[in-house]
Design a protein around this ligand. Sequence first.
Ligand code: MYA
Length: 419
Amino acid sequence: MDNEENEHAFWGTQPVPQNEAESEAFIHVGPMDVPKTVEEISKEPYPLASVLEWYTPNFDKEEDLNAVYELLRDNYVEDNDSMFRFKYSHEFLKWALTPPGYYRDWHVAVRQKKDGALLGFIAGVPFTMKMGTPKDLVEESTARLKEEGKEVQLFSEPRRICEINFLCVHKKLRSKRLAPILIKEVTRRVNLENIWQAVYTAGVVVPTPFSTGQYFHRSLNPEKLVAIRFSGVSSGFKKFQNPMAMMKRHYKLPDAPQTKGTREMTEKDVADVCRILNEYLITFDVTPQFNEEEVQHYLLPRDGVVYSYVVEHNNKVTDFFSFYILSSTVIGNSKYNELNAAYVYYYAAKTTKLENLMTDLLIVAKSKGLDVCNLVNILDNQSFLETAKFLPGDGNLHYYFYNWAYPKTEPSKVGLVML
Ligand code: MYA
């Protein structure tokens, strides 16, 4: 064991690449762990300290939903300088955590026995994921390795796996090794459904990402973003007498979408959107595939949570775009207490230029009163960053698999948008 491994008392025991060297060396995809059967998995939850207990929140109960909401509101992800903390809404959490076919058991909470206070949480939802290079590309890129006599296996059929999100430990219980217990318990419950892989993202580095994307931001409300110190005024604007007026002009958008035939998605569009989305996504190496029920759940507009628009030409849906809304608490600002952000979600551009589709997304986001539009440079996002006036932020998003060897990958080959 080298020093790097020693630093990770928990991750050192898990079926994940232990370091960059191991991750860089993969020339195949597939499970890392010895195959197990459901019968071998314990039916008993992991033991907890005597003052704590496991609890499975019921998201149909207002009280349980609110308890998870409050835990995350007060303890979830903050930026490096602790200026902003994600504030997922009740409706958002219910949407994200109860998709078609979800397992209640994969919502794992730890409570304090004496008063039932929620102290920890982690959640999994089922997803169909392709985690491998398409066959034709594999042949091209692996011919050389095969010539060298190396065993190369980069193709994989889509499979049912688990997507993990919302790992959170109450601030007063940090650094007491509760996170590994939550992770082991959710793993046990996922394994009991005969599922052995997971995908997750984090802003921090743990062993070991298969891909790393960068966050980009497009200002919609420059005045507020500067006031809350989300953005600064760049030197290009400072040279003007009234920098803010210039900034506002620079970021100004039309009032309504510019592409003819753009309208909000309705239930009638589900089958078309499902088809064009899957056709587009399958061109990426790491990508979900959706069925119609899932498209209905994840993409039909929900007030304050997710918005989707289609472009219709001659009664045919040719393109679509979507974004979700995630606010953050502005910590310690007397004028503003919330930053309201749109995040670019899924899209498919068949006839409209992607940059035009994205301008329309920004127009709609602005018209809904949002302050900024965020994205990570996955999908084809890189292609419109400059024209749409996105600027790089200081955050990264690292992509991970659990129990799946995967060669290091550019974010532009990743088609999975995490909530
Ligand atoms: S990413 C969002 C994570 N949440 C936050 O950042 C919210 C604010 N922070 C907290 O609530 C706590 O600091 C957390 C850690 C809970 C993050 N991913 O209990 P500890 C490792 C993975 O003493 P605490 C998201 O939700 C750390 O390296 N591991 O630490 C995806 C160390 O292990 P090792 C992490 O600070 C989550 C150990 O935990 C992360 O009190 C995917 C320390 O534990 C992290 N973000 O609590 C989870 N942060 O010693 C994996 C710390 O080995 C899922 N650690 O270095 C795996 C798949 C499971 C399903 C498999 C099914 C087949």
